[in-house]
Design a protein. Structure first.
Ligand SMILES: Cc1ncc(COP(=O)(O)OP(=O)(O)O)c(N)n1
Ligand SMILES: Cc1nc(C(=O)O)sc1CCOP(=O)(O)O
Ligand SMILES: [Mg+2]
Length: 211
């Protein structure tokens, strides 16, 4: 089975009331990794939405990753959490979530950060941004050849993020990314399900990587 290359970032600022139907459309399009990214600070909303996404992901055999918040991941029994460099200690997150949890760590443009993340128990490392991003315009840039170096040296699955589209994504898969983390290009599409499916036609989709 070719690996579906999309790691869908469901960002609530962009999606608002469309969150659940948009996520479901992406899942119907074959997405197997979905991240809940919410910066509202509204705890009731976060619990409600993450719980609903958990049900959707279970129904579609997909993994749900919660951005920033290991406690919310624990509470809704998500598959894991994504942590940035200032989002808390990954060792502590691993203790809270257990050995089977997926813990992803942002490493910007740094192999050294990725080595450090590996030592701290990361399941995957994320690099970016590779192209200008509408979702996170202030994200610092990273060069595509970083993915090649990371693949050769880090020994963990590699996620690329930031301004990725159907048109530029193949170059990052060719450079060494296992997954393309995408928000705007997927969720702004008029037909999200079809857009997700079209990512499967990108050259260089790898065989399934088991985490
Ligand atoms: C898959 C993936 N990679 C990177 C990020 C960015 O995380 P972070 O640096 O913590 O920034 P915020 O997304 O929290 O603004 C991510 N969320 N997912
Ligand atoms: C959440 C996030 N983190 C980034 C980083 O570089 O660390 S770029 C980004 C936004 C990804 O959304 P889009 O596909 O719309 O650019
Ligand atoms: Mg974060």
């Amino acid at each position: 089975m070719p690996l579906h290359p999309l790691y869908a970032i469901a960002d609530t600022t962009a999606l608002a009331e469309r969150l659940l139907p948009a996520a479901e459309a992406a899942l119907r399009g074959g997405v197997r990794w979905l991240q809940y990214r919410d910066k509202s600070g509204d705890q009731a909303r976060r619990l409600r939405e993450a719980t609903a996404l958990r049900t959707l992901c279970l129904n579609h055999g997909a993994r749900l990753i919660i951005n920033d918040d290991p406690e919310l991941a624990l509470r809704v029994q998500a598959d894991g959490v994504h942590l940035g460099q200032t989002d808390g200690d990954p060792v502590r997150a691993r203790q809270r979530l257990g050995s089977r949890a997926i813990i992803g760590i942002t490493c910007h443009d740094s192999i050294a950060l990725a080595q450090h993340a590996k030592c701290a128990g990361a399941s995957y490392v994320a690099f970016g941004r590779f192209f200008p991003s509408r979702t996170k315009p202030d994200a610092p840039p990273a060069p595509a050849d970083l993915l090649t170096r990371a693949r050769a040296t880090v020994g963990l699955p590699v996620v690329a993020i930031g301004g990725i589209t159907l048109e530029n994504g193949a170059s990052l898969l060719e450079a060494g990314a296992d997954w393309l983390a995408v928000s705007h290009d997927l969720f702004s599409a008029p037909d999200i399900e079809r857009r997700a499916r079209t990512y499967l036609t990108l050259p260089c989709c790898r065989e399934e990587t088991v985490l």
